[in-house]
Design a protein around this ligand. Structure first.
Ligand SMILES: Nc1nc2c(ncn2[C@@H]2O[C@H](COP(=O)(O)OP(=O)(O)OP(=O)(O)O)[C@@H](O)[C@H]2O)c(=O)[nH]1
Ligand SMILES: [Mg+2]
Ligand SMILES: [Zn+2]
Length: 206
């Protein structure tokens, strides 16, 4: 959440796409050792938002070896793609899963607070006989392919659920009257982070 900063729009674009293609997703908050107490509380709030939506979330540290074994358990006998912004620690995590791999890693720039695009191509590695991981280059943006604007809300589970009670069938939950999504936003049932992310997607920001 900090070095480098990952934005909600980015996370939500990911989740929209994995939802559309039915790819099970695990969300990892890395570098837990770098956070202050109050920052950890904020991460916990964010984690709750996503856990309530059915997304598995882990708070890990490669330096402290915190909860790496949970990743090992979750990826066992599967092929898993590690993806995210440059510098979040994808290659470092994979090295923790199998130290023999010794993938190249590099510090986040102190000036820009961004990763240095260390991994330059995607490659698959064996962790054991039936477990594979794919390390991939850090990505800057994440476009939504083949999803129409008026359908985006269908990939936000909480918006989809609320939309059943909107007055208009074709409501896109922006300016329409008697919109259940807006009602739940006001009541706090729908997270403002998530709604803002949705709003920015509709208006093509970020
Ligand atoms: N403090 C701390 N630093 C970490 C942790 N995990 C990774 N890092 C550091 O974060 C920096 C970036 O890690 P990488 O593994 O190269 O990041 P990446 O996501 O593979 O980056 P790209 O290949 O550029 O996409 C390195 O300096 C790591 O040592 C952690 O748990 N704690
Ligand atoms: Mg890397
Ligand atoms: Zn609506």
């Amino acid at each position: 959440m900090k070095r480098p900063k990952t934005y909600f729009e980015f996370i939500d674009r990911f989740l929209i796409t994995s939802n559309a293609y039915q790819i099970p997703t695990l969300m990892v908050f890395s570098k837990s050792d770098t956070y202050l107490e109050e920052e950890l509380l904020e991460i916990e709030t964010i984690r709750k938002i996503y856990t309530n939506l059915g997304i598995k979330c882990l708070l890990i540290s490669c330096y402290k070896k915190k909860d790496i074994s949970k990743i090992s358990d979750l990826i066992k006998n599967k092929t898993t793609l590690f993806s995210g912004n440059s510098g979040v620690g994808k290659s470092t995590i994979i090295n923790c899963l199998n130290a023999k791999l010794n993938l190249k890693t590099q510090s986040v720039s102190k000036i820009t607070n961004k990763g240095r695009h260390t991994t330059t191509f995607a490659q698959m590695y064996d962790i054991d006989k039936n477990t594979r991981v794919i390390d991939s280059p850090g990505i800057k943006g994440f476009g939504l392919v083949d999803i129409k604007k008026n359908e985006i809300y269908r990939y936000f589970p909480e918006l989809l659920e609320a939309s059943k009670n909107c007055r208009f069938k074709n409501c896109i939950h922006i300016d329409e009257p008697e919109c259940e999504v807006k009602k739940r936003l006001v009541s706090g049932e729908i997270s403002s982070y998530r709604y803002e992310s949705y709003f920015n997607l509709i208006h093509d920001k970020k």
